[in-house]
Design a protein around this ligand. Structure first.
Ligand SMILES: [Zn+2]
Length: 183
């Protein structure tokens, strides 16, 4: 385990809490096989893309304050692109402080709700492949490089954790979408 004394000012949680489980989708953070996250991320992104293409009502919100399937797909696309940049940043800088992606502001600024679902499906699939490619190029020691992450709480996280966390994002938002599309 990494030495918690490496934590910096304002970072309150040890590197890589290995016992996290999501109450909503049941995802368990298992950092052992994190190098397998790349293919799981690409597969999940492709799976969501197929769902969006097949759903003629993907742009409609079922509940006013909950994103539509299309909006979730746009969000996941952007998560994958942002995570890719963070992995690349962590390879050239030591423990960089990452900038929040602006989850909610981005949905407005980028106009998620008005985007073409066929375009989004292509972009989402490609975003999964782009991140998977970068993860697939990490060597054994690269997985231990870190970023100062800000979600769900400030913590120094390894790329091993970042990959598993992104796999969780994919799994979680797939459930967000399928729970809306299923009859
Ligand atoms: Zn989840």
């Amino acid at each position: 385990m990494p030495d918690p004394s490496r934590l910096r000012d304002g970072v309150t949680v040890p590197v890589d809490n290995m016992e996290e489980t999501c109450d909503w989708c049941g995802f368990v953070y298992d950092l052992g096989p994190s190098d397998r996250s790349a293919s799981a991320i690409a597969d999940g992104a492709s799976q969501m893309a197929d769902l969006i293409v097949g759903a003629t009502d993907a742009a409609a919100r079922r509940v006013d304050d909950t994103w539509s399937p299309l909006e979730y797909a746009c969000h996941l696309r952007d998560v994958l692109l942002v995570q890719r940049e963070r992995v690349l940043l962590a390879r050239r800088e030591d423990a960089p402080l990452i900038v929040p992606m602006g989850r909610d502001e981005r949905a407005d600024h980028d106009g998620y709700a008005a985007q073409d679902r066929a375009d989004v499906a292509v972009q989402l699939t490609q975003a999964g492949k782009l991140l998977a490619n970068v993860l697939g190029r990490l060597g054994p020691s690269d997985w231990d490089r870190t970023v100062q992450y800000n979600y769900p709480e400030p913590a120094e996280r390894s790329l091993r954790w970042l990959a598993v966390h992104t796999h969780h994002e994919v799994t979680h938002h797939l459930l967000d979408v399928t729970s809306q599309l299923d009859p």
